[in-house]
Design a protein around this ligand. Structure first.
Ligand SMILES: O=C(O)CCC(=O)C(=O)O
Length: 297
């Protein structure tokens, strides 16, 4: 081997060694005793029932700020006529996708320690955000059909959780305004459920967090009120070695990526997992991205 080849090889060996085991996304989060109890209880409920409701997840102040900051986002949501039958028919809400390209108001919520530690309790330490959405079923929208969120991964059941989903309520969720309909315990079922299966309504005060296993049968309810929106932020997480639902590397402009806290950048996909998955040229993707962003300035 000539000197050039040797130095290329030793640089490569150095980079491979630098791919040490990643720290979990939750590294350094240290909830107090009360929050630890909340996290453990919610995780146990999701495992047993498929879902958990955590009231008071948002303080009054945070709730009001979010409502205010997200108003321009909710103005982008709409209603479509989905009369092709099947799972979604009648009037349905158009969700606002690619949320982290459109606002920085949700950044701190998405990396809230209680939320992340519950998600870790469900999925284990290797997870990422699959898709971030703002939802606002308007008065008059019809109920969704019951479905599971993890149905797009075509692997046999039973299987470990692939997805953990969450809805953060910005309005009270009531049966009348379209609270999420849930079939408790259905995340453990291997077969499809019948459309008329009995449901419960995830009624909860504004500021609550609903978290559920992606295998749970559920659906948005119909909004039968005349004048009440049912706004929520929907943060859907999956295992970090699976494909994300939304392609955030393409969807989020470089300038927006660079404004985010590092934990959020990693949560949204700049992660290297299982040695080389997600890496670029043997380099941690976030290190690579920042080096290249600096070169482009
Ligand atoms: O809005 C909800 O309560 C649930 C929404 C949902 O399940 C969906 O849009 O797939």
């Amino acid at each position: 081997m000539n000197r050039d080849a040797e130095s290329i090889k030793s640089a490569t060996v150095k980079r491979v060694k630098a791919l040490s085991a990643p720290k979990p996304l939750t590294h350094g989060l240290d909830p107090d005793h009360r929050n630890r109890e909340v996290i453990d209880k919610a995780t146990a409920e999701v495992k047993e029932l498929g879902y958990a409701i955590i009231p008071g997840f948002l303080s009054e102040q945070r709730l009001n700020l979010l409502r205010n900051d997200l108003e321009p986002i909710f103005e982008q949501s709409g209603i479509r006529n989905a009369d092709q039958g099947g799972r979604y028919s009648g009037l349905q809400t158009v969700h606002v996708h690619n949320l982290f390209a459109k606002t920085r108001a949700v950044d701190e919520i998405a990396i809230d320690p209680v939320l992340l530690l519950i998600i870790e309790g469900i999925l284990g330490s290797l997870f990422q955000l699959s898709v971030g959405t703002a939802m606002s079923p308007q008065p008059g929208v019809d109920p969704q059909g019951l479905h599971r969120d993890d149905g797009h991964y075509p692997l046999a059941r039973p299987r470990p959780p692939f997805i953990a989903n969450s809805l953060i309520a910005l309005d009270d969720f009531t049966q009348a305004n379209g609270a999420t309909r849930i079939v408790p315990g259905s995340h453990k079922r291997t077969e499809d459920i019948k459309p008329n299966t009995e449901v419960i309504f995830a009624e909860m005060p504004a500021g609550s967090l609903l978290v559920f296993d992606g295998a749970l049968w559920h659906a948005g309810g119909g909004n039968r009120t005349k004048d009440q929106r049912r706004r929520s932020i929907n943060l859907n997480f999956n295992l970090s070695w699976l494909r994300q639902q939304e392609n955030q590397y393409v969807g989020i402009p470089r300038t927006e990526w660079l404004k985010m806290p590092e934990r959020l950048q990693r949560l949204l996909g700049f992660q290297k997992v299982n040695f080389l998955y997600g890496s670029v040229d043997y380099t941690d993707p976030l290190v690579y991205f920042k080096q290249n962003a600096a070169l482009l300035k």
